[in-house]
Design a protein around this ligand. Structure first.
Ligand code: HSE
Length: 440
């Protein structure tokens, strides 16, 4: 167990000593919060929380924090060996490499671990939770999912009495900001992305965010907490927002929807469905109103009903807030199984087969405006037994958009419709397809 926990396991009043690996935005934020809110923490926590060691690349950089009296080490792994460290705060990032080696070593050395590293947990969370439980230490990661929103605490504690059959949310602030800007200004994705990069809302290499991988990491973790199952990141079906166009956003508005990048996990009779993709949600749904950089997570519990948490999913302040709340839990001796249920009991659930998703769809086709095209399109739908709900063709010209919405059908049937549409010469581009999620 950690060095400052008393032999009877009930904790003591000595400060909780933290070693921080990585003094980037998050690590620096943690040091700042601990200093600025020291008085508040003293009131809420039986033990002081002290940063006693750090490992960061550049010692001379001015980060606006006072770490003069803190032990520095160039080797992050040394924090796991340091007898003065009770908790290793891993703020390095990355699914493997140093971050993984550090977390594994810290656990093996009997130290608690706090991390903001969603990629690490999505790939190795179940094994790390097993190791942590065997070692009797915490593996805490509130900051890894939806930044400052206390969603892990909500699911693991406040909602723990419920059977949860679905969890979904806006899990990436960069995508939500871009989609919001696209709707508000009518601009295209590429244009808004450049602006988001200039403002610091999107990374220079935005692919993890805009291709849905970051949201998928978070969803894989939420799935495990919600359903008491092993993490299955490869089981998440992922697509991002690069193909969402200003025209689809305008049609969504007209049809009474908003386009959002959602992560959705559901227990189905065929297995666990985990999906990250852009979709249309009714404008009246709670999640449709969550705009800009905000994240939101919605859980459906069998007794509590719908529960929604909204807040900032990224940034120094929100992420530090989540990391320090984990440190406070450890200082209070509140150590729960990482993914709600004890790691040994996490079930390996099958993934729902691809194509089994059932729901309505939106399709936009760019067609040559001539007689018979609509009849051909209708035939493709008829031949796959897909029922049309609404159709819009208003413009006139050489090439015009035809927008269709369908009644509920399977994803597999929509793929077959798209294949058939591909054989119609008057359809000039691959169809733009978005699922419609009839959320409340
Ligand atoms: N880049 C993420 C986002 C935050 O835009 O929400 C860190 O996961």
């Amino acid at each position: 167990m950690a060095a400052s926990t008393a032999p009877d396991g009930r904790g003591d009043n000595r400060p909780l000593r933290v070693g921080i690996a990585g003094l980037g935005t998050v690590g620096t934020g943690v040091v700042k919060l601990l200093a600025e809110n020291a008085e508040i923490l003293r009131l809420h926590c039986p033990r002081a929380i002290e940063v006693v060691a750090v490992s960061a690349r550049d010692r001379s950089k001015d980060r606006g924090i006072n770490v003069a009296n803190v032990h520095w080490t160039d080797d992050p792994l040394a924090l796991a060996d340091d007898p003065n460290v009770d908790v290793v705060a891993e703020m390095i990032g990355g699914s493997d490499g140093v971050a993984k080696a550090l977390v594994e070593k810290a656990i093996a050395k009997g130290k608690h671990v706090v991390t903001a590293n969603k990629a690490l947990l999505a790939h190795h969370g179940t094994q790390l939770a097993l190791a942590a439980e065997r070692a009797g230490v915490a593996l805490a990661y509130e900051a890894a999912v939806a930044g400052g929103i206390p969603v892990i605490k909500a699911m693991r504690e406040g909602l723990a009495a419920n059977r949860i059959e679905r969890v979904y949310g806006i899990l990436n602030g960069t995508c939500n900001y871009i989609l919001t800007q696209m709707r508000e200004t009518g601009r295209e994705f590429a244009d808004v992305l450049v602006e988001a990069q200039t403002l610091g809302y999107a990374e220079a290499d935005p692919s993890f965010d805009v291709d849905g991988v970051d949201a998928a990491h978070k969803l894989a973790i939420l799935t495990s907490v919600a359903f008491g199952c092993q993490i299955d990141f490869p089981g998440v079906r992922i697509s991002g927002i690069r193909n969402v166009s200003a025209m689809d956003i305008a049609y969504a508005d007209e049809l009474g929807y908003r386009i959002k990048l959602l992560g959705i996990a559901r227990l189905t009779p065929h297995g666990v469905e985990q999906r990250v993709h852009a979709c249309m949600v009714p404008v009246g749904a709670v999640i449709a109103k969550v705009d800009g950089v905000y994240n939101a997570v919605v859980t459906d519990g069998n007794f509590v009903g719908q529960n929604v948490v909204i807040g900032r999913g990224a940034g120094q302040g929100p992420t530090a807030s989540a990391v320090v709340s984990d440190l406070m839990d450890i200082a209070r001796d509140r150590i729960l199984p990482a993914f709600s249920a004890p790691a040994e009991s996490l079930k390996k659930l099958p993934s729902a087969p691809p194509g089994s998703h059932f729901g309505p769809y939106y399709l936009r086709l760019m067609v040559v405006d001539r007689p018979g095209v609509i009849a051909d399109i209708a035939a493709a739908l008829r031949d796959e037994n897909v029922s049309l709900e609404a159709m819009i063709q208003r413009a006139r010209g050489d090439t015009v958009p035809v927008v269709l919405t369908t009644h509920e059908t399977t994803e597999a049937a929509i793929h077959r419709v798209v294949r058939r549409l591909g054989h119609i010469d008057s359809i000039l581009e691959p169809p733009h397809v978005l699922p419609i999620e009839l959320l409340a």
